[in-house]
Design a protein around this ligand. Sequence first.
Ligand SMILES: *[C@@H]1O[C@H](CO)[C@@H](O)[C@H](O)[C@H]1NC(C)=O
Ligand SMILES: *[C@@H]1O[C@H](CO)[C@@H](O)[C@H](O)[C@H]1NC(C)=O
Ligand SMILES: *[C@@H]1O[C@H](CO)[C@@H](O)[C@H](O)[C@H]1NC(C)=O
Length: 369
Amino acid sequence: MSGVLIWIAFVFTQTSFSTAQPVEMMGEKRFAKAPYCPDQILAPQHLYQKVKARSTIECMAQCRPDADCSAIVYDTGNHDCQLGDSKAYENCSNMEAAGPNMKFYHEPPPCGVGEEMGPDGICVCKAGFKGYPNCVRYLSDCDDVYHYGNWTGDGVYFIQPLLSAQPFQVYCRFITNARNYIMERRKNDMEFNRPWNDYVNGFGDVDGDHFLGLENIYALTNDHKRFELRVVVKDEANDRFFENPYKETKIGNAASGYPFLFNVSAHSTLPPVGCFQSLYGAKFSTSDRDNDGVPNVHCAALREGPWWYNDASCNTCNPTGPLVRPAGGTRLGVDNEVFWTHVLGNVAPFKVTMFLVLQSEFNSCWPNC
Ligand SMILES: *[C@@H]1O[C@H](CO)[C@@H](O)[C@H](O)[C@H]1NC(C)=O
Ligand SMILES: *[C@@H]1O[C@H](CO)[C@@H](O)[C@H](O)[C@H]1NC(C)=O
Ligand SMILES: *[C@@H]1O[C@H](CO)[C@@H](O)[C@H](O)[C@H]1NC(C)=O
């Protein structure tokens, strides 16, 4: 009993400050203020019944069992409790200025896709979502994080493209545009010859040597944006070499084997040159999942490098193979070592980095950005 009295006192105290957002949670109907229509109450044409109530809580209790009632206007001076048949519209067009002592509460609208119920009964944005109204802005890539997220500099951030059931972490850098890192081999402290499930889900630390995961890359590249794939390899002297960017790069879904896709006609040289040139539509293969389509050949096993393969030559690059880093910096010339022929020929790569950037006019600065 004393708990109820304290609660009533609390509501009375709170309702005398327009900034407070108390919520009544008893019973099925919840009530909250409409923070987007401050100091307003429901217009008279929506108020269909007037009763007496000793408190806001008692007024809410009158509304709760009435199926037509979705809001109350309570006068703390004369204790008039008016029942309303409408919530506050977000544009406040069914509201009017509140007189002295007049309080308004309504059933808050259900939370939207990007929202969850906050402690005060007002929907708040879930992780990975932003924006007003209804948290419509979700963070689908590093560019969204840069413009709409909690960007504090290059580093690890959560994103959640719509095709991803959960937010996941990605390493983001901003150099002229936002880079989404999908693979990094820099420290050489991570085994890359790993089974299918590791490549599906991703492995490693996203701020160190890692692969982002086929499922994450699929979600990232099949949202509403177009990405260009960029590859940087470094030799023993740490000099950088660049693969031609692949425009409008996408990865197909799991059911089709995560095929590597890009827009052939978006390239000025047809077909685009480089390691991916012949890999359009190639499925991903690992040592425990041979999808290369070539009888008696298992490229991923031969190369000890899970990758996209589709012919008996098993590609002109092997970014996930054993990172041998041979003394002298020249390739050993074996099947199972890292190499990237188009970019380095017989020079052995010592570091490999891949990232996606938004497909746009800023591409003109590559590789000088
Ligand atoms: C305000 O919102 C309501 C409900 O969404 C809508 O029916 C009405 O047309 C809107 N009025 C104005 C002026 O935008
Ligand atoms: C941004 O930071 C705030 C405060 O730390 C946090 O509540 C919110 O979830 C973050 N938003 C995203 C999209 O990570
Ligand atoms: C591929 O790129 C070309 C040239 O930029 C463009 O006209 C075309 O619409 C793109 N195709 C797709 C499927 O987006």
